[in-house]
Design a binder for this molecule. Structure first.
Ligand SMILES: [Zn+2]
Length: 245
């Protein structure tokens, strides 16, 4: 609850529909809690066979609430993005794998510089709280946290997304994880799955296994642009998909 004087200075409105005097109205909250989506990741061979659980499509109220957290820094809205259905699903997974750990996907250097927090960690903590208190480990770090990448994000004509992603996620670092952990990867928005795949590959290389991926939103397939990856295998009729680590 904002102090009344503070709300005069910073008028409050619903993050989903801009209705005044409320951080998130009940209609928008209901829109966030739709049945779970299970988007496929066509190109992510390191995640082949791993269930992907999404809160819903990245549009409307869900998109605006994600933006209020990531761009507006309204952290307290994070719990609203984590639906009871997601929590139930994770609790069931936890019954079969009681030692599971939640690992949030790290933010980009620019994102962390601007926000000072990990939105994905807040999502993982909200999931964990509801599902029985699984450990949340900030064990992943993007490999190229260099000044050049940070500045590149502020250029007027940034590099194409695919180029930036492949550079940023070329060497994901893994630290402070107990051996052979059973990991649930947590991200905010899944676009192509390339970032998640890079994280999954890095974890598998260290001997950990990926049980599932949780995202609060996904960009539905027709809206995604094709993401060819250097050295990667793109799924097609003629490609034999194999599990790679
Ligand atoms: Zn609303």
């Amino acid at each position: 609850m904002l102090h009344p004087l503070l709300s005069l200075l910073a008028p409050l409105s619903c993050a989903g529909c801009f209705r005044p005097d409320i951080a998130l109205c009940s209609r928008c909250l209901a829109r966030l809690h739709t049945p779970l989506a299970r988007p496929s990741i066509a190109v992510a061979t390191a995640l082949w066979g791993v269930p992907v659980i999404s809160g819903g499509a990245y549009r409307g109220a869900r998109r605006r609430v994600v933006s209020a957290i990531k761009d507006g820094g309204v952290r307290r809205l994070t719990a609203a993005l984590v639906s009871q259905a997601m929590i139930r699903e994770l609790a069931e997974l936890g019954q079969r794998h009681p030692g599971l750990v939640l690992v949030p996907v790290p933010p980009s250097a620019k994102g962390f510089f601007l926000r000072g927090f990990w939105p994905t960690e807040l999502i993982a903590r909200a999931l964990s709280r509801g599902a029985g208190g699984f450990p949340v480990l900030r064990s992943l770090s993007p490999g190229h946290l260099v000044l050049g990448d940070l500045l590149a994000g502020f250029r007027h004509t940034p590099r194409p997304r695919t180029k930036r992603l492949s550079r940023r996620w070329a060497h994901v670092g893994v630290r402070g994880m107990p051996g052979a952990s059973q990991v649930v990867l947590v991200d905010d928005v899944m676009v192509s799955g390339a970032t998640l795949e890079a994280c999954a590959r890095a974890l598998r290389r260290k001997g950990h296994s990926i049980l599932a991926v949780y995202v609060v939103a996904h960009v539905p397939e027709p809206q995604r642009s094709p993401v060819p990856r250097a050295g990667g295998q793109v799924y097609s009729e003629r490609t034999t998909l194999t599990r790679r680590t």
